[in-house]
Design a protein around this ligand. Sequence first.
Ligand code: ZN
Length: 467
Amino acid sequence: MKAGFSNFIHNKKLLLAAISALVLIVTAAAVLLVVYINKNKLEVTAPSADLSVQLSLLNDVSSSDVMITKYYIYGNHLHLEGEVDGAKYPDFSRMGLILRKDDGSEKEIILDCRQNDSGTVFFTSSEYINGGICLDELAEGDFCVLFKITDGDRKIYTSTAALYDFDAVNYYTVTKNGENRLVNLGFTAYSTGSGILPCLAIKIEKTALPGDIYDIVLDAGHGGGDSGAVYKGYEEADLTLDYTKALKKELEALGLKVKMTREGNEKSGTMTGSAAYNKDGRLERACLSGAKYCFAIHFNSVSGNQKTKAHGFQIYCAYGADISFAQSIADNVVKSAGARYSPQEFSRVAPGVYIRTFGKKGVEDSKKIAKQYGYKPYTEIKENTTFYYMIRETGGVATGAYVDGRSKEFDYNGNESRNSVTGLEGYLLEIGYICNEDDLANILANRDAYVKAIAAAIAKELGITNG
Ligand SMILES: [Zn+2]
Protein backbone atom coordinates (compact mmCIF):
# COMPACT_ATOMS: atom_id res chain seq x y z
CA MET A 1 0.00 0.00 0.00
CA LYS A 2 2.64 2.40 1.16
CA ALA A 3 4.92 1.64 -1.76
CA GLY A 4 1.95 1.82 -4.08
CA PHE A 5 0.85 5.11 -2.58
CA SER A 6 4.30 6.69 -2.83
CA ASN A 7 4.57 5.26 -6.32
CA PHE A 8 1.30 6.94 -7.13
CA ILE A 9 2.57 10.20 -5.61
CA HIS A 10 5.78 9.82 -7.56
CA ASN A 11 3.91 9.14 -10.77
CA LYS A 12 1.53 11.95 -10.07
CA LYS A 13 4.50 14.29 -9.59
CA LEU A 14 5.90 13.08 -12.90
CA LEU A 15 2.53 13.55 -14.50
CA LEU A 16 2.25 17.07 -13.11
CA ALA A 17 5.78 17.85 -14.28
CA ALA A 18 4.95 16.52 -17.72
CA ILE A 19 1.71 18.53 -17.84
CA SER A 20 3.53 21.68 -16.69
CA ALA A 21 6.21 21.18 -19.32
CA LEU A 22 3.55 20.66 -21.97
CA VAL A 23 1.66 23.78 -20.88
CA LEU A 24 4.91 25.76 -20.99
CA ILE A 25 5.73 24.50 -24.48
CA VAL A 26 2.22 25.21 -25.77
CA THR A 27 2.26 28.70 -24.19
CA ALA A 28 5.67 29.47 -25.63
CA ALA A 29 4.55 28.27 -29.05
CA ALA A 30 1.40 30.39 -28.82
CA VAL A 31 3.41 33.46 -27.77
CA LEU A 32 5.85 32.91 -30.63
CA LEU A 33 2.95 32.48 -33.05
CA VAL A 34 1.29 35.70 -31.86
CA VAL A 35 4.61 37.56 -32.11
CA TYR A 36 5.12 36.08 -35.58
CA ILE A 37 1.60 37.02 -36.73
CA ASN A 38 1.86 40.52 -35.29
CA LYS A 39 5.28 41.00 -36.81
CA ASN A 40 3.84 40.17 -40.19
CA LYS A 41 0.66 42.09 -39.69
CA LEU A 42 2.16 45.21 -38.16
CA GLU A 43 5.03 45.79 -40.53
CA VAL A 44 4.19 49.48 -40.44
CA THR A 45 4.46 51.24 -37.11
CA ALA A 46 3.11 54.66 -36.25
CA PRO A 47 5.53 57.59 -36.09
CA SER A 48 6.97 58.19 -32.66
CA ALA A 49 7.17 61.83 -31.69
CA ASP A 50 10.21 63.59 -30.27
CA LEU A 51 9.57 64.17 -26.56
CA SER A 52 11.21 67.59 -26.39
CA VAL A 53 8.87 68.78 -29.13
CA GLN A 54 5.78 67.27 -27.58
CA LEU A 55 6.07 69.03 -24.24
CA SER A 56 6.24 72.52 -25.69
CA LEU A 57 3.78 72.11 -28.53
CA LEU A 58 0.91 70.37 -26.86
CA ASN A 59 0.50 72.38 -23.66
CA ASP A 60 -2.60 74.11 -25.08
CA VAL A 61 -4.33 70.74 -25.59
CA SER A 62 -6.24 69.88 -22.46
CA SER A 63 -8.72 67.26 -23.60
CA SER A 64 -9.12 64.17 -25.79
CA ASP A 65 -12.69 64.58 -27.01
CA VAL A 66 -12.73 63.44 -30.63
CA MET A 67 -13.89 59.92 -31.46
CA ILE A 68 -12.67 58.68 -34.83
CA THR A 69 -15.11 56.29 -36.51
CA LYS A 70 -13.67 56.11 -40.03
CA TYR A 71 -10.07 56.37 -41.17
CA TYR A 72 -8.83 55.48 -44.63
CA ILE A 73 -6.77 56.67 -47.56
CA TYR A 74 -8.46 56.50 -50.98
CA GLY A 75 -6.28 57.54 -53.90
CA ASN A 76 -4.16 60.30 -52.45
CA HIS A 77 -6.61 61.61 -49.87
CA LEU A 78 -6.81 60.86 -46.18
CA HIS A 79 -10.39 60.56 -45.04
CA LEU A 80 -11.44 60.98 -41.40
CA GLU A 81 -14.88 60.76 -39.86
CA GLY A 82 -15.96 60.89 -36.27
CA GLU A 83 -17.99 62.52 -33.57
CA VAL A 84 -17.76 64.76 -30.53
CA ASP A 85 -20.08 64.88 -27.52
CA GLY A 86 -21.84 68.21 -27.92
CA ALA A 87 -22.66 68.51 -24.21
CA LYS A 88 -19.16 69.92 -23.63
CA TYR A 89 -19.66 72.48 -26.39
CA PRO A 90 -23.11 74.09 -25.93
CA ASP A 91 -22.34 76.92 -28.39
CA PHE A 92 -20.58 74.77 -30.97
CA SER A 93 -20.23 76.54 -34.30
CA ARG A 94 -17.39 74.91 -36.23
CA MET A 95 -14.56 72.45 -36.13
CA GLY A 96 -11.24 72.31 -37.93
CA LEU A 97 -8.62 69.63 -38.32
CA ILE A 98 -5.24 71.03 -37.31
CA LEU A 99 -1.99 69.71 -38.70
CA ARG A 100 0.52 70.98 -36.17
CA LYS A 101 4.10 70.76 -37.32
CA ASP A 102 7.10 70.18 -35.06
CA ASP A 103 8.19 73.81 -35.59
CA GLY A 104 4.89 75.03 -34.11
CA SER A 105 3.30 76.14 -37.39
CA GLU A 106 -0.12 74.79 -38.22
CA LYS A 107 -2.47 74.26 -41.11
CA GLU A 108 -6.22 74.12 -40.63
CA ILE A 109 -8.64 72.08 -42.71
CA ILE A 110 -12.29 72.92 -42.06
CA LEU A 111 -14.42 69.84 -41.43
CA ASP A 112 -18.00 69.27 -42.61
CA CYS A 113 -20.07 69.07 -39.42
CA ARG A 114 -23.66 68.39 -38.51
CA GLN A 115 -25.20 68.22 -35.06
CA ASN A 116 -28.11 65.96 -34.10
CA ASP A 117 -30.90 66.80 -31.64
CA SER A 118 -29.04 65.42 -28.65
CA GLY A 119 -26.06 67.63 -29.47
CA THR A 120 -23.65 65.06 -30.84
CA VAL A 121 -21.47 66.63 -33.54
CA PHE A 122 -20.67 64.37 -36.51
CA PHE A 123 -17.82 65.45 -38.75
CA THR A 124 -16.15 64.32 -41.94
CA SER A 125 -13.07 65.57 -43.75
CA SER A 126 -15.05 65.35 -47.00
CA GLU A 127 -18.45 64.23 -48.23
CA TYR A 128 -16.58 62.30 -50.95
CA ILE A 129 -14.43 59.22 -50.54
CA ASN A 130 -11.77 60.79 -52.78
CA GLY A 131 -11.81 64.11 -50.96
CA GLY A 132 -10.37 65.29 -47.67
CA ILE A 133 -6.71 65.78 -46.87
CA CYS A 134 -4.48 65.45 -49.93
CA LEU A 135 -1.37 63.64 -48.68
CA ASP A 136 0.63 64.61 -51.75
CA GLU A 137 0.27 68.29 -50.91
CA LEU A 138 1.67 68.14 -47.38
CA ALA A 139 5.17 69.42 -46.69
CA GLU A 140 7.92 67.37 -45.11
CA GLY A 141 8.07 67.26 -41.34
CA ASP A 142 6.53 65.77 -38.22
CA PHE A 143 2.88 66.57 -37.63
CA CYS A 144 0.30 65.72 -35.05
CA VAL A 145 -3.37 65.93 -35.89
CA LEU A 146 -5.44 68.02 -33.48
CA PHE A 147 -8.94 69.41 -33.64
CA LYS A 148 -9.90 73.04 -33.06
CA ILE A 149 -13.47 73.49 -31.88
CA THR A 150 -15.13 76.90 -31.87
CA ASP A 151 -17.64 77.09 -29.04
CA GLY A 152 -19.10 80.58 -28.64
CA ASP A 153 -16.05 82.79 -28.10
CA ARG A 154 -13.88 79.87 -27.04
CA LYS A 155 -11.46 78.07 -29.33
CA ILE A 156 -10.52 74.72 -27.86
CA TYR A 157 -7.76 72.40 -29.02
CA THR A 158 -8.51 68.74 -28.39
CA SER A 159 -7.01 65.43 -29.47
CA THR A 160 -8.47 62.06 -30.40
CA ALA A 161 -10.19 60.18 -27.59
CA ALA A 162 -8.09 57.03 -27.90
CA LEU A 163 -5.22 55.32 -29.62
CA TYR A 164 -7.44 53.84 -32.28
CA ASP A 165 -6.76 50.40 -33.61
CA PHE A 166 -6.63 51.45 -37.29
CA ASP A 167 -3.56 50.13 -39.09
CA ALA A 168 -0.55 52.43 -39.31
CA VAL A 169 0.22 53.22 -42.94
CA ASN A 170 3.22 53.93 -45.13
CA TYR A 171 1.94 56.01 -48.03
CA TYR A 172 4.21 57.00 -50.92
CA THR A 173 3.31 60.17 -52.78
CA VAL A 174 2.77 60.10 -56.54
CA THR A 175 6.07 60.61 -58.39
CA LYS A 176 6.58 64.23 -59.38
CA ASN A 177 9.79 65.43 -61.01
CA GLY A 178 11.33 62.09 -60.08
CA GLU A 179 10.69 62.69 -56.39
CA ASN A 180 8.59 60.94 -53.78
CA ARG A 181 7.83 61.41 -50.12
CA LEU A 182 7.01 58.76 -47.56
CA VAL A 183 4.00 59.66 -45.43
CA ASN A 184 3.95 57.51 -42.30
CA LEU A 185 0.68 57.75 -40.37
CA GLY A 186 -0.58 56.15 -37.21
CA PHE A 187 -1.96 56.76 -33.75
CA THR A 188 0.70 57.68 -31.19
CA ALA A 189 0.67 58.55 -27.50
CA TYR A 190 2.13 62.02 -26.97
CA SER A 191 3.47 63.10 -23.59
CA THR A 192 2.60 66.55 -22.33
CA GLY A 193 3.38 68.27 -19.07
CA SER A 194 0.08 67.06 -17.67
CA GLY A 195 -0.28 63.58 -19.12
CA ILE A 196 -0.63 61.49 -22.24
CA LEU A 197 -2.50 62.60 -25.36
CA PRO A 198 -3.54 60.10 -28.01
CA CYS A 199 -3.03 61.68 -31.45
CA LEU A 200 -2.90 60.76 -35.08
CA ALA A 201 0.74 61.38 -35.97
CA ILE A 202 2.07 62.01 -39.47
CA LYS A 203 5.73 61.93 -40.42
CA ILE A 204 6.71 63.01 -43.93
CA GLU A 205 10.15 62.69 -45.46
CA LYS A 206 11.77 62.54 -48.88
CA THR A 207 12.46 59.04 -50.06
CA ALA A 208 13.09 56.95 -53.15
CA LEU A 209 10.08 54.95 -54.33
CA PRO A 210 10.65 51.28 -53.35
CA GLY A 211 10.87 48.84 -56.27
CA ASP A 212 7.51 47.24 -55.57
CA ILE A 213 5.56 50.49 -55.12
CA TYR A 214 3.87 52.15 -58.11
CA ASP A 215 1.95 55.33 -58.87
CA ILE A 216 -0.67 53.90 -61.19
CA VAL A 217 -2.09 50.50 -62.09
CA LEU A 218 -3.46 49.86 -65.58
CA ASP A 219 -5.76 46.90 -66.03
CA ALA A 220 -6.24 45.68 -69.59
CA GLY A 221 -9.69 44.14 -69.35
CA HIS A 222 -10.24 40.45 -70.08
CA GLY A 223 -7.42 38.31 -71.55
CA GLY A 224 -6.08 34.93 -70.58
CA GLY A 225 -8.55 33.10 -72.76
CA ASP A 226 -11.42 35.50 -72.12
CA SER A 227 -11.75 37.52 -75.31
CA GLY A 228 -14.41 39.90 -73.98
CA ALA A 229 -16.54 41.51 -76.68
CA VAL A 230 -15.94 40.29 -80.22
CA TYR A 231 -16.99 42.01 -83.44
CA LYS A 232 -15.82 41.45 -87.02
CA GLY A 233 -12.77 39.59 -85.78
CA TYR A 234 -11.76 42.32 -83.33
CA GLU A 235 -11.40 41.06 -79.77
CA GLU A 236 -11.80 43.31 -76.76
CA ALA A 237 -8.95 41.56 -74.91
CA ASP A 238 -6.48 42.52 -77.69
CA LEU A 239 -7.74 46.09 -77.97
CA THR A 240 -7.56 46.66 -74.20
CA LEU A 241 -3.98 45.39 -74.13
CA ASP A 242 -3.00 47.57 -77.08
CA TYR A 243 -4.57 50.70 -75.54
CA THR A 244 -3.19 49.95 -72.08
CA LYS A 245 0.36 49.52 -73.36
CA ALA A 246 0.11 52.82 -75.25
CA LEU A 247 -1.31 54.58 -72.17
CA LYS A 248 1.51 53.17 -70.03
CA LYS A 249 4.04 54.77 -72.38
CA GLU A 250 2.27 58.14 -72.18
CA LEU A 251 2.14 58.03 -68.39
CA GLU A 252 5.78 56.96 -68.12
CA ALA A 253 6.70 59.93 -70.28
CA LEU A 254 5.17 62.04 -67.48
CA GLY A 255 7.57 60.38 -65.03
CA LEU A 256 4.92 58.12 -63.50
CA LYS A 257 5.65 54.55 -62.45
CA VAL A 258 3.05 52.26 -63.97
CA LYS A 259 2.15 48.65 -63.26
CA MET A 260 0.07 46.51 -65.61
CA THR A 261 -2.12 43.71 -64.24
CA ARG A 262 -1.25 41.79 -67.40
CA GLU A 263 1.42 42.38 -70.02
CA GLY A 264 0.27 39.80 -72.54
CA ASN A 265 -2.52 37.37 -73.23
CA GLU A 266 -1.36 35.00 -70.51
CA LYS A 267 -3.29 31.77 -70.33
CA SER A 268 -2.34 31.36 -66.70
CA GLY A 269 -5.94 31.33 -65.63
CA THR A 270 -5.41 34.09 -63.08
CA MET A 271 -6.95 36.73 -65.29
CA THR A 272 -10.50 35.77 -66.00
CA GLY A 273 -13.80 35.50 -64.21
CA SER A 274 -13.60 34.46 -60.57
CA ALA A 275 -9.84 33.81 -60.96
CA ALA A 276 -9.46 37.58 -60.76
CA TYR A 277 -10.09 37.08 -57.04
CA ASN A 278 -7.40 34.41 -56.62
CA LYS A 279 -3.84 34.71 -55.42
CA ASP A 280 -1.87 36.64 -58.02
CA GLY A 281 -5.11 37.44 -59.81
CA ARG A 282 -5.60 40.90 -61.31
CA LEU A 283 -7.10 42.22 -58.06
CA GLU A 284 -4.22 41.16 -55.89
CA ARG A 285 -1.73 42.44 -58.45
CA ALA A 286 -3.43 45.84 -58.22
CA CYS A 287 -3.92 45.80 -54.43
CA LEU A 288 -0.30 44.93 -53.66
CA SER A 289 1.11 47.57 -56.02
CA GLY A 290 0.99 50.45 -53.53
CA ALA A 291 -0.43 52.53 -56.40
CA LYS A 292 -2.81 55.42 -55.85
CA TYR A 293 -4.96 54.98 -58.95
CA CYS A 294 -6.28 52.08 -60.99
CA PHE A 295 -7.63 52.50 -64.51
CA ALA A 296 -9.35 49.48 -66.06
CA ILE A 297 -9.68 49.69 -69.84
CA HIS A 298 -12.61 48.07 -71.65
CA PHE A 299 -14.53 48.24 -74.91
CA ASN A 300 -18.28 47.90 -75.04
CA SER A 301 -20.60 45.82 -77.15
CA VAL A 302 -24.30 45.09 -77.30
CA SER A 303 -26.35 42.70 -79.37
CA GLY A 304 -29.58 42.93 -81.32
CA ASN A 305 -31.04 46.13 -82.65
CA GLN A 306 -29.20 48.27 -80.08
CA LYS A 307 -26.04 47.61 -82.10
CA THR A 308 -26.24 50.66 -84.29
CA LYS A 309 -27.64 53.00 -81.62
CA ALA A 310 -25.29 52.22 -78.72
CA HIS A 311 -22.10 54.27 -78.93
CA GLY A 312 -19.71 56.51 -77.11
CA PHE A 313 -17.33 56.80 -74.20
CA GLN A 314 -18.16 55.95 -70.59
CA ILE A 315 -16.09 56.26 -67.44
CA TYR A 316 -17.28 54.56 -64.25
CA CYS A 317 -16.28 55.64 -60.75
CA ALA A 318 -16.89 54.37 -57.25
CA TYR A 319 -20.03 55.16 -55.32
CA GLY A 320 -19.33 58.18 -53.13
CA ALA A 321 -16.58 59.59 -55.35
CA ASP A 322 -16.32 63.21 -56.45
CA ILE A 323 -16.67 62.87 -60.23
CA SER A 324 -14.64 65.90 -61.33
CA PHE A 325 -11.55 63.83 -62.25
CA ALA A 326 -13.69 61.34 -64.21
CA GLN A 327 -15.47 64.24 -65.90
CA SER A 328 -12.21 65.77 -67.01
CA ILE A 329 -11.11 62.45 -68.57
CA ALA A 330 -14.45 62.10 -70.41
CA ASP A 331 -14.35 65.72 -71.60
CA ASN A 332 -10.75 65.38 -72.82
CA VAL A 333 -11.51 62.24 -74.81
CA VAL A 334 -14.53 63.85 -76.44
CA LYS A 335 -12.68 67.09 -77.13
CA SER A 336 -9.49 65.66 -78.62
CA ALA A 337 -10.01 62.03 -79.67
CA GLY A 338 -13.13 62.33 -81.79
CA ALA A 339 -15.12 60.37 -79.20
CA ARG A 340 -18.75 60.97 -78.27
CA TYR A 341 -20.40 60.89 -74.86
CA SER A 342 -22.40 57.71 -74.56
CA PRO A 343 -26.16 58.37 -74.71
CA GLN A 344 -26.77 55.55 -72.19
CA GLU A 345 -28.85 56.83 -69.31
CA PHE A 346 -28.56 53.83 -66.98
CA SER A 347 -26.20 54.74 -64.09
CA ARG A 348 -25.26 58.07 -65.70
CA VAL A 349 -24.40 60.92 -63.31
CA ALA A 350 -22.99 63.42 -65.84
CA PRO A 351 -22.10 63.42 -69.57
CA GLY A 352 -19.93 60.33 -70.10
CA VAL A 353 -19.63 59.73 -66.35
CA TYR A 354 -21.29 56.78 -64.62
CA ILE A 355 -21.62 55.34 -61.13
CA ARG A 356 -23.03 51.83 -61.26
CA THR A 357 -24.13 50.21 -58.01
CA PHE A 358 -25.68 46.83 -57.24
CA GLY A 359 -29.19 48.16 -56.75
CA LYS A 360 -31.93 45.98 -55.37
CA LYS A 361 -31.81 43.47 -58.21
CA GLY A 362 -28.03 43.28 -58.15
CA VAL A 363 -28.01 42.38 -54.48
CA GLU A 364 -30.55 39.60 -55.10
CA ASP A 365 -28.67 38.37 -58.18
CA SER A 366 -25.40 38.19 -56.27
CA LYS A 367 -27.05 35.84 -53.77
CA LYS A 368 -28.44 33.69 -56.58
CA ILE A 369 -25.06 33.47 -58.30
CA ALA A 370 -23.41 32.47 -55.03
CA LYS A 371 -25.98 29.72 -54.57
CA GLN A 372 -25.59 28.55 -58.15
CA TYR A 373 -21.80 28.26 -57.89
CA GLY A 374 -21.82 27.02 -54.32
CA TYR A 375 -19.94 29.74 -52.52
CA LYS A 376 -20.81 31.81 -49.50
CA PRO A 377 -22.38 35.13 -50.49
CA TYR A 378 -21.12 38.27 -48.86
CA THR A 379 -23.87 39.61 -46.64
CA GLU A 380 -22.80 43.21 -46.46
CA ILE A 381 -23.40 44.15 -50.08
CA LYS A 382 -25.79 47.07 -50.09
CA GLU A 383 -27.81 48.53 -52.91
CA ASN A 384 -25.31 51.36 -53.19
CA THR A 385 -22.20 49.15 -53.18
CA THR A 386 -20.07 49.82 -56.27
CA PHE A 387 -20.89 47.24 -58.93
CA TYR A 388 -17.68 46.77 -60.92
CA TYR A 389 -15.25 44.59 -58.99
CA MET A 390 -12.14 46.22 -60.40
CA ILE A 391 -13.20 49.51 -58.77
CA ARG A 392 -14.77 48.05 -55.64
CA GLU A 393 -12.21 45.40 -54.70
CA THR A 394 -9.16 47.63 -55.14
CA GLY A 395 -10.59 50.50 -53.07
CA GLY A 396 -10.20 48.93 -49.62
CA VAL A 397 -12.67 49.94 -46.94
CA ALA A 398 -13.56 53.13 -48.83
CA THR A 399 -15.45 51.15 -51.48
CA GLY A 400 -16.58 48.28 -49.26
CA ALA A 401 -14.17 45.79 -50.82
CA TYR A 402 -15.13 42.30 -49.81
CA VAL A 403 -14.26 38.68 -50.24
CA ASP A 404 -17.38 36.76 -51.08
CA GLY A 405 -16.12 33.22 -50.89
CA ARG A 406 -15.95 32.62 -54.64
CA SER A 407 -12.21 32.18 -54.38
CA LYS A 408 -11.11 29.02 -52.58
CA GLU A 409 -7.83 30.73 -51.76
CA PHE A 410 -9.27 33.39 -49.50
CA ASP A 411 -11.95 33.12 -46.87
CA TYR A 412 -13.99 36.09 -45.70
CA ASN A 413 -11.17 38.08 -44.21
CA GLY A 414 -8.30 36.17 -45.73
CA ASN A 415 -6.96 38.83 -48.02
CA GLU A 416 -6.04 41.85 -45.98
CA SER A 417 -5.45 44.03 -49.00
CA ARG A 418 -9.18 43.95 -49.58
CA ASN A 419 -9.99 45.21 -46.08
CA SER A 420 -7.21 47.70 -46.20
CA VAL A 421 -7.36 51.28 -44.93
CA THR A 422 -5.49 52.19 -48.13
CA GLY A 423 -7.31 51.86 -51.43
CA LEU A 424 -6.69 52.67 -55.07
CA GLU A 425 -8.94 55.32 -56.55
CA GLY A 426 -10.51 53.21 -59.27
CA TYR A 427 -11.96 54.02 -62.68
CA LEU A 428 -13.30 51.75 -65.40
CA LEU A 429 -13.21 53.18 -68.90
CA GLU A 430 -15.43 51.86 -71.67
CA ILE A 431 -13.58 53.47 -74.57
CA GLY A 432 -16.33 52.88 -77.11
CA TYR A 433 -18.63 50.32 -78.74
CA ILE A 434 -16.80 48.01 -81.12
CA CYS A 435 -20.18 46.89 -82.50
CA ASN A 436 -20.84 50.44 -83.69
CA GLU A 437 -19.18 51.17 -87.04
CA ASP A 438 -18.36 54.82 -86.29
CA ASP A 439 -16.97 54.02 -82.84
CA LEU A 440 -14.95 51.07 -84.18
CA ALA A 441 -13.42 53.18 -86.95
CA ASN A 442 -12.47 55.88 -84.46
CA ILE A 443 -11.09 53.34 -81.96
CA LEU A 444 -8.88 51.76 -84.61
CA ALA A 445 -7.69 55.04 -86.13
CA ASN A 446 -7.34 57.23 -83.06
CA ARG A 447 -5.73 55.16 -80.33
CA ASP A 448 -2.92 57.63 -79.73
CA ALA A 449 -5.35 60.54 -79.49
CA TYR A 450 -7.40 58.60 -76.92
CA VAL A 451 -4.46 57.71 -74.69
CA LYS A 452 -2.97 61.20 -74.96
CA ALA A 453 -6.32 62.68 -73.91
CA ILE A 454 -6.56 60.31 -70.93
CA ALA A 455 -2.93 60.90 -69.92
CA ALA A 456 -3.39 64.68 -70.16
CA ALA A 457 -6.35 64.56 -67.76
CA ILE A 458 -4.33 62.40 -65.35
CA ALA A 459 -1.38 64.80 -65.51
CA LYS A 460 -3.66 67.73 -64.78
CA GLU A 461 -5.31 65.97 -61.83
CA LEU A 462 -1.94 65.03 -60.33
CA GLY A 463 -0.43 68.46 -60.94
CA ILE A 464 2.29 67.13 -63.24
CA THR A 465 3.45 69.83 -65.59
CA ASN A 466 6.52 68.26 -67.16
CA GLY A 467 7.93 64.82 -67.83
ZN1 ZN B 1 -14.97 44.40 -70.99
